[in-house]
Design a binder for this molecule. Structure first.
Ligand SMILES: Nc1ncnc2c1ncn2[C@@H]1O[C@H](COP(=O)(O)OP(=O)(O)OP(=O)(O)O)[C@@H](O)[C@H]1O
Length: 133
């Protein structure tokens, strides 16, 4: 949509709080519809509880926070891409639709592997201290 049409669109607005509410609505919809997002959110809570339990340092919290945020953001973008692809092709089998969805899922996988590595590097030394020192 060009800039002129965008401004003319009835649903377009320029208030920060309205945009904020729409973003929250988006999170709510993704939470209700995406099982993977709920799974990653549960993992986030688990990681935070373990972090408190092991008394990780501020620097370690930053790495954990970065990896958690990266996974959740990738999951949200993946969901948005899936919805746009479905909007365009519907139930039709399409090789480009498959490519787009699989690449978006690949982004989630890369972020998840990064977060697993970070979790391993942060938690293992703490667990080692507890069990072997
Ligand atoms: N319109 C389509 N045409 C061809 N292949 C598709 C189409 N829609 C989905 N697929 C493929 O079918 C498989 C499952 O797609 P689906 O949309 O269920 O996503 P998913 O990978 O299970 O992710 P999620 O669990 O996040 O929904 C994927 O390999 C995807 O690329």
């Amino acid at each position: 949509m060009d800039l002129k049409n965008k401004r003319a669109a009835k649903w377009k607005h320029h208030h920060f709080w309205v945009s904020f509410c729409h973003a929250c609505q988006g999170l709510n919809t993704a939470w209700k519809e995406e099982r993977n997002l709920r799974f990653h959110s549960m993992m986030t809570i688990l990681v935070i509880l373990i972090g408190f339990g092991l008394k990780v340092t501020l620097g370690e919290w930053l790495w954990l926070g970065l990896s958690i945020t990266l996974v959740l953001v990738c999951e949200l973008i993946n969901t948005a891409i899936e919805n746009v692809v479905d909007l365009i092709v519907g139930a039709q089998n399409n090789s480009l639709a498959k490519k787009a969805k699989d690449i978006a899922s690949g982004a989630v996988l890369v972020a998840s592997i990064f977060s697993l590595i970070v979790g391993f590097m942060v938690f293992v030394p703490h667990l080692w201290q507890i069990f072997f020192n």
